[in-house]
Structure formats: structure tokens, C-alpha cells
Design a binder for this molecule. Structure first.
Ligand code: FES
Length: 158
């Protein structure tokens, strides 16, 4: 499995001294680092390996086993379109295409300027409001093309 890392940033370095230097601390440390930076960078892996006295390969191996850990910096704005049954029949696919046109990326991608990250998901749990889009954790129901454009424009200018 190939892990792609985004370039390290100065803020990737994290104070790990709140953890003991025990190998069993690896998962809590990974969770903490991800909560601080939003992802696990190559530099973070190096830092954890140094701190715990284990190899970087071991840290990669453990981190990549769990889907909760990501290795690239998240986009500033998280956009999710629901393509579950209720949303699908209410035009979710059309809205997904519209989102791709507006922000210029395909599902699963992050825009080059890091502004947006876009995903298609199965159900956001509010089917009565279909079609549904979620931006930065906020749900927008009964979305139309016009409403979608406004929501994305508002988030772009934040
Ligand atoms: S199918 Fe879209 S919210 Fe459930």
C-alpha cells in the first residue's frame, strides 16, 4: 500500500510530552496528533517514532491499518453530497455534478488551493429533507442548484 503525504507544515510538530514514552501509547498519540493537525504528516510519523523509540515503518503500519487516520491535509471546507436512495431520487447526482462544476474537483479530491474537499456519501440521516448537502458539518436540506451555489459561495468567502 502506498501512502501519499502532503508537504509538512511548521505546525505539524506537536508537543507529545503529555504522553508517556510507552509503545502502547501509539494509538492515543496518533489520535491526538490528528485532532491537532487534522491529519498525520510524514513529519508527525517521524516525530512519533522518535518519541516512542520505534521505527517509522511501525508507526505507518499501525496508522494505515485504521481508517480513522488520514495522511493528507484536509481541505478547509468539507463538502458532502448525499447519494442515498431518498437523495438520489430527488436529484442528488445532478447536485453532485453541479458541485464538481463549481468547486472544480471530483468526489474524493481536495482542491489545489486547499479550500474544498468533496465526498459523495450514502446517507446523512435526514432523508425527509432530500436532497441533502453537508458543508463543514452543517446540513442543508431541500437543496436546489441555486441554493447550492449560494451555500458554496458563502463558505468560499469565509
Ligand atoms: S438518503 Fe440522503 S439523507 Fe438519507
Amino acid at each position: 500500500m502506498t501512502i501519499l503525504f502532503t508537504p509538512e507544515l511548521a505546525e505539524d510538530l506537536i508537543d507529545l510530552t503529555i504522553f508517556s514514552r510507552q509503545p502502547h501509547q501509539l494509538i492515543p498519540i496518533l489520535q491526538y496528533c490528528q485532532s491537532q493537525n487534522g491529519y498525520i504528516s510524514r513529519e508527525t510519523v517521524r516525530q512519533i517514532a522518535d518519541y516512542l523509540g520505534v521505527s517509522e515503518a511501525h508507526v505507518y503500519g499501525v496508522a494505515s491499518f485504521y481508517t480513522q487516520f488520514r495522511f493528507e491535509r484536509p481541505g478547509d471546507h468539507q463538502v458532502r453530497i448525499c447519494l442515498g436512495t431518498a437523495c438520489h431520487v430527488q436529484g442528488g447526482e445532478i447536485l453532485s455534478e453541479e458541485i464538481q462544476k463549481i468547486i472544480g474537483i471530483r468526489p474524493g479530491e481536495i482542491s489545489q488551493d486547499q479550500k474544498f474537499e468533496f465526498h459523495e456519501v450514502a446517507c446523512l440521516g435526514c432523508c425527509a429533507q432530500a436532497p441533502v448537502v453537508e458543508v463543514d458539518g452543517r446540513i442543508y436540506g431541500k437543496v436546489t442548484r441555486r441554493k447550492l451555489q449560494k451555500v458554496l459561495r458563502d463558505h468560499e468567502s469565509i
